[in-house]
Design a protein around this ligand. Sequence first.
Ligand code: SF4
Length: 409
Amino acid sequence: MTRGHRAGPSPALPAAALPDAYRDPGLVAALAARVRETAAALAAPVKLMHICGTHEHALGRYALRELLPPDLELLAGPGCPVCVCDSALIDAAIRLASTPGITLASFGDMLAVPGSLPLRGEARGDVRMSLLDARARGGDVRTVYSVFDAARLAAAAPARQVVFFSVGFETTVVATAALLRRDPPPNLTILEANYYTPPATALLPTLPGFDVQGLLLPGHATAVTGTGVYRELPRAGVACAVTGFEPADMLAGVLALLRQLHKGRLRVENVYGRVVADAGNERALADLDAVFQPVSRRWRGIADIPGSGFELRSAHRWRSARERFPDAFVESGERASEHAAGCRCADVTLGLTRPDACPLFAARCTPDSPYGPCMVSHEGTCRAWHQYGMARGPIAVRTSSTEVGRGPL
Ligand code: SF4
C-alpha cells in the first residue's frame, strides 16, 4: 500500500473478472442511482474529468453520460498520446520513413496524424503531411501492434534499419524497455515519443480557471506506476479515483469521487483493485528505470512539461533514432504552427472546450479527412464524439467559466 493513501473498497463491484459482470444492467443501474443520490446530496454542480481516451470511448459506447445527473459534468482531459505527440516528432518520423534503407514501424493510429510539414500538390492548401502521405510517396511505413513486431521486422531484414515510433504513455514505454533489456537486433532503433502522465496531470490544477473537482485516473497506466504518483492532486484540492474501463468501473469511479467531495476528505482512491496494486508493477518499473530516464517533452499545442517524457539512458542511447539519424531531426524551416488554423485540439485536450465547439467538427474535420490529431486516433476525444454521436446528445459541458453548448448541433 502506498504510504499515506488508502486503497478504497470497490463500491458494489463483484469480484468476478469477466467483463460481462461489469456491464450488468442491474449493477450499472444501481450504481447510476447511487451516483445521482450522492450528487443530489452535494447540492451543488460538480465538474469531474477523466484523462484517458479509453474512458471517453466507454462514455460514448455505453452512453454513460446520459446516466449522470444534469449538474454533474464529466469532461475529457489529456488522455490521448497520439493527440499530444509533438508535431516535430511526427515530422522526424516522416523524414525517417522517406529515407532509403529505413523502415518506419508505427502503431496504426499514428499513420494519419498530420505533422507540421505542408503536403505539396493538394488542392486544399492547408493539408499537412502524415505517415500515410510518406508511404504514398514511396516511404517504407509498416503498421505494428507492439515494439516486439518491430523487432521481428528488424530480425527479418538485417540489411535495413528499422525505427520503432514509440508513441504512448507509460503503458507502452514499459514494453519498449522490456524488449531493449532482451538485446533485440542491432538494426532496431527507437524514436522516443513516450509521454508520462503524472507531470501533466499535476499541471492541471495550476491552469487559470481550472475548476475540476475530481479526476478519474486511468487504470492501465496506474497499474504500472502505482497510485502514489498522484499523491499531490488531493493536496491541490482534487479528488482522485483510479478506475477501469467497463461501465460499472466508470460509475464506481464517479461515485468514489462524489463520496470524497461529500465527506470533504480527498485522496487517491483505488476502485480498480482487481487490476491495480497501489505499489504498481515493480518489475515493469525496474525495466523502465533501467532503460529510460525522465525528460522534458512538448505536449502538442500545450506546453513543454518537465519530466513528462522518456529518453533512453546513456547505456541505451545508441538505440536512439535521434542519435543514429540526426539529420531527420533537423527542422527544414517548412514547419508550420502545431495545429491547423481553426483546430482547437489543444483546448479539447485540456477539457477547456467540447469537440463540437470547434467550427471544423464534423464539417471539414472528420475521421476520413482529419484536421487535427484529436479526430484521428481512436483515443482522441473528437473521434469518439464523432463515432458515438455525442455531439447530438443532451450533454452539458462548460468551459472553466461559461457554458459553450447544450443539445443538438
Ligand atoms: Fe481539431 Fe478536428 Fe477536433 Fe476541431 S474537430 S479540434 S479541427 S481535431
